[in-house]
Design a binder for this molecule. Structure first.
Ligand code: ATP
Length: 568
């Protein structure tokens, strides 16, 4: 008896949704429809309320499901029987009431989905248009085609229906795209189920419904999995006194790709590690919270400016035949008004999967590391390994051209006046002065290499000008090993290279090793969030092989890039 009362209460709670709106139906239908709507409304209130209120018989395909549902469960008795079975299982397993309701609704939806997918509906719909091309690896992106008539959303559909018919569905158009592409009938939207979610924040699902009502014929939805953010810092909830519950926090490391599950709260987002098989979501500090923490730290402690993504003019490397230290002339910098660093807090970066298409330029490869660590050597080996594929940029200089040198091969030779004009016009990525002559690296020389369809190797520090979709820089940090390994490997290398090389071998002092380690640490603090890969140059041959493999991967495999670089 107690059980029956509970059942009754349960059903009553489901049926309670505004029955006045559905009074045109018979009792039994009213019950079933309101029951169903109630369930759907739990998850999709915005989707259903609006058409329902407008015209009672004008359903979305959700309500088409309802019709099938009604046909299937012809009578209340069958429904009750079905429900009772479920209830026994729920009770046996001590499943709490809200969860019962959720499970039951999911169960219904899947039953309905299976039936709907096998049924033909009126009106007869034209064949689906060809689906847009999607990379095989992009398996998490779904294409859904609906063929619309005058009604708000009536459709045929293609694609993985189980996902589409999940109870947690809503569509949100993506800003920008929507405006431009509506007339082509293409909308990009999001599916909130397992994936998540919200490229366009703060837009109610019925926004799509409103826009969707203008569309006619075939409408293609590109259903993109939710926002993925690459973490640019390490977060340990156990060490965070501010988190409301340490165990609910999600630990992540710089470079981890996080799937943001909820951004509803301004302070704490919910996220899970991308590819986490357990789907465990946890709390992470929101962008806003982390920003305010960083800003506070920065204002309290000037040293922390090192965490900030700033791009002061970098000193040139020895590869430009300059001194190992930062030799950029302070006078020139002041004269040209340099040092306008842009500031950007390294918190999260929205990322998208990217795979280079055969006709696309290669990503610019930026090898970064403290002076003496072996960047030039690695570059040289890459060039030797495949001179048709890799290429270097040609620097500008104001020094005199030597007899054997040819313009545009070793250097572009320009006058001091021209050079200074170029600095003034921000033509250079880096420039410096050595023994009274200027040397520099220009953006145009990078473009020249790219235009030859070659992979351009650069050894400047990460530079804001390069952070564009045009260059898509892939930054590899070449890191020194421990000081003990440095002493050992560099001593060994000296013997080896003196046998093989014409160029004089660098003889390192103890101070050089210390400098290398200190400046590597400083670089990591400052640019670490930009490093996509870190290679420890201990054994040269191994470091080279590792680099070669990594470069081959970014040329051929799908990987993450900032979404601002994506061509949409
Ligand atoms: N893993 C290694 N083991 C031994 N010797 C190495 C290793 N890597 C580089 N070297 C040697 O160290 C010296 C300095 O290397 P390289 O010129 O490539 O450094 P760099 O980072 O380009 O420095 P700079 O910025 O000053 O030009 C070279 O003689 C090179 O052969």
């Amino acid at each position: 008896m107690a059980n029956l009362n509970f059942q009754h209460k349960f059903i009553q709670s489901l049926v309670s949704h505004d029955p006045s709106e559905i009074c045109e139906f018979g009792d039994q239908e009213t019950f079933l429809i309101s029951y169903f709507i109630n369930i759907i409304n739990v998850e999709n209130s915005c989707c259903l309320k609006s058409p329902w209120n407008k015209k009672k018989r004008q359903f979305f395909f959700f309500l088409r499901n309802t019709e099938v549902f009604i046909i299937h469960f012809l009578s209340l008795q069958i429904l009750l029987f079905f429900y009772s079975c479920a209830l026994v299982i729920f009770n046996q397993n001590n499943i709490p009431f809200p969860m019962q309701r959720h499970l039951f609704s999911s169960l219904m939806m899947f039953t309905v989905h299976d039936m709907v997918s096998q049924k033909e509906f009126d009106p007869r719909l034209p064949p689906l248009p060809p689906l847009p091309y999607i990379e095989k690896e992009e398996d998490s992106i779904k294409i859904v085609c609906l063929v619309k008539n005058q009604e708000p959303l009536v459709g045929a559909y293609g694609g993985p229906l189980k996902t589409i018919f999940s109870p947690r569905i809503f569509f949100v158009p993506r800003p920008g795209l929507l405006n431009g592409l509506l007339h082509h009938g293409l909308l990009v939207c999001l599916l909130c189920h397992g994936f998540l979610v919200c490229l366009l924040r703060h837009v109610a699902p019925n926004c799509l419904i409103r826009h969707g009502s203008h569309l006619k014929g075939a409408v293609t939805f590109k259903v993109i999995p939710g926002t993925k953010e690459e973490a640019l810092f390490h977060y340990n909830p156990q060490a965070d006194p501010a988190i409301p519950c340490k165990d609910a926090g999600l630990e992540f490391w710089r470079g981890d790709v996080l799937q943001i599950v909820s951004q509803e709260d301004d302070t704490w987002w919910q996220a899970r590690q991308h590819n986490d098989a357990n789907l465990r979501a946890g709390l992470i500090p929101s962008r806003q919270l982390q920003e305010s923490i960083l800003l506070k730290l920065i204002t309290c402690n000037v040293k922390l400016i090192d965490f900030v993504f700033s791009f002061p003019t970098a000193g040139l490397r020895k590869s430009f035949r300059l001194s190992r230290k930062d030799n950029t002339s302070q006078q020139v910098r002041q004269k040209m008004g340099e040092g306008h660093a842009s500031i950007h807090l390294p918190i999260y970066q929205e990322v998208l999967p990217y795979k280079r298409k055969p006709d696309e330029p290669y990503r610019l490869v930026l090898l970064s590391g403290p002076s003496g660590v072996g960047v030039t050597e690695l570059k040289r080996r890459l060039l030797l390994s495949d001179p048709e594929h890799f290429s270097l940029t040609v620097p500008y200089t104001t020094r005199e051209q030597k007899k054997h040198e040819r313009e545009g091969e070793e250097y572009y030779f320009v006058s001091k006046h021209t050079f200074e004009k170029y600095i003034f016009n921000h033509k250079f990525l880096e420039y410096g002065e050595y023994k009274g002559n200027y040397y520099s690296m220009s953006l145009n020389s990078v473009r020249r290499v790219i235009a030859e369809s070659k992979l351009c190797l650069l050894d400047v520090k990460p530079h804001v000008t390069l952070y564009t979709s045009e260059f898509k820089p892939y930054v590899v940090f070449v890191k020194p090993p421990s000081i003990e390994r440095l002493r050992l490997s560099r001593r060994n290398a000296k013997v080896l290279s003196s046998q093989n090389e014409q160029a004089p071998t660098k003889i390192f002092t103890e101070e050089d090793f210390q400098d290398m380690i200190t400046s590597a640490q400083a670089m990591e603090n400052k640019y670490g969030h930009l490093f996509e890969n870190v290679i420890i140059n201990d054994d040269l041959a191994m470091a080279f092989t590792e680099l070669r493999i990594k470069l081959a991967k970014i040329e051929t495999e799908t990987h993450w890039i900032p979404n601002t670089w994506a061509h949409v």
